[in-house]
Ligand binder design. Structure first.
Ligand code: CP
Ligand code: NVA
Length: 318
């Protein structure tokens, strides 16, 4: 099985998207092949209003540019409507339980919930008490929708996952966790390079290793040279994620992993640079790399739209 020859089955209806832990290789290919087709249709100006009459509620407990834009624009392009709910404005922010909020949403004929929050367990509660597909728009643990866009960008660049390697430099937080799972499950080698004590949790490493497809290697190391060697995609994320407080000790530990031109020169010829964005120039990455010929950050951001449309379409369709 590979993405090029994958035949969509359309069988993700009503599934939640809480983490890529719950998605098989086949299901990820299903989402990616759908994203490729929806992107083609959009570029060809072919109508694809498959979610006409459907409503997506979007709950944000943290800020967002790309996630909000891609889901809001995406549901409109699919013929449906978004409802933006900031936790600053709704009763959830004043302590109304998640389990009550989701049951109210159901009574208002909401067809899908996208949530960006802190605790992964809040998503589990939404999923437990409601019957509406719940989509993770980022938690402290995972960012699966971003990784679908990242995988699409890698596939568009190289035409295959087999024999390719992605290296992530940074803390074992939401991006590292989801990249490790996503890359392993599509059959791409993945290395997470984190300073000692800042790596991903062992159970997530094990889950990625156990689910690796087609012999993909999952490596976690603090050895920068080993990590970047042979890399076809170099990825990094901010030193301090939303909700974290600045810590000079952590910053000093992460600084040697900064992705700069010298780092990119150690990757494979033709390697690309990826970043979920927003980026902090001069911290985890230099301006030169972000603006360099190998940077794919804006096609990657655009792919959020196509990937998120695939998620909504496959999970929310009749
Ligand atoms: N990459 C990403 O999720 O961006 P936003 O925080 O702007 O949504
Ligand atoms: N790790 C970052 C990703 C932002 C898209 C954060 O959680 O803030």
């Amino acid at each position: 099985m590979d993405l090029a020859s994958y035949k969509p089955t359309g069988k993700l209806k009503n599934k939640h998207m809480l983490t890529l832990m719950d998605y098989s290789t086949e299901e990820i290919f299903e989402l990616l092949s759908c994203a490729i087709e929806l992107k083609r249709k959009q570029y060809a100006h072919e109508k694809h209003e498959y979610l006409a009459g459907k409503t997506l509620a979007m709950i944000f407990e943290k800020s967002s540019t790309r996630t909000r834009l891609s889901f809001e624009q995406g549901i409109k392009q699919l013929g449906g409507s978004p409802i933006f709910l900031s936790s600053r404005d709704i009763q959830l922010g004043r302590g109304e339980p998640i389990r009550d909020t989701v049951r109210v949403m159901e009574r208002m004929n909401i067809d899908g919930i996208m949530i960006r929050t802190f605790k992964q367990s809040d998503l589990d509660e939404l999923a437990k008490y409601g019957h509406i597909p719940v989509i993770n728009g980022l938690t402290d643990d995972f960012h699966p929708c971003q990784v679908l866009a990242d995988l699409l960008t890698v596939y568009e660049e190289f035409g295959t996952f087999k024999g390719k390697k992605l290296v992530f430099f940074g803390e074992g937080f939401n991006m590292a966790n989801s990249l490790m799972l996503g890359c392993a499950k599509v059959g791409m080698d993945v290395t997470i390079c984190s300073p000692e004590g800042l790596g991903p949790r062992p159970e997530i490493i094990r889950a990625a290793q156990d689910a690796a497809f087609d012999g993909a290697k999952v490596v976690v190391t603090d050895n920068i040279g080993e990590a970047v060697s042979g890399a076809d995609a170099v990825y990094t994320d901010v030193f301090f994620s939303m909700g974290q407080t600045k810590d000079p000790v952590k910053e000093a530990a992460l600084m040697p992993m900064q992705v700069n031109a010298a780092m990119m020169a150690k990757a494979n010829p033709g390697a690309i640079f990826l970043h979920c964005l927003p980026a902090h120039r001069g911290e985890e990455v230099t301006d030169e790399v972000l603006e360099g010929a190998y940077s794919r950050i804006f096609p990657e951001a655009e792919n959020r739209l196509h990937a998120q449309k695939a998620v909504m379409y496959l999970l929310m369709k009749d």
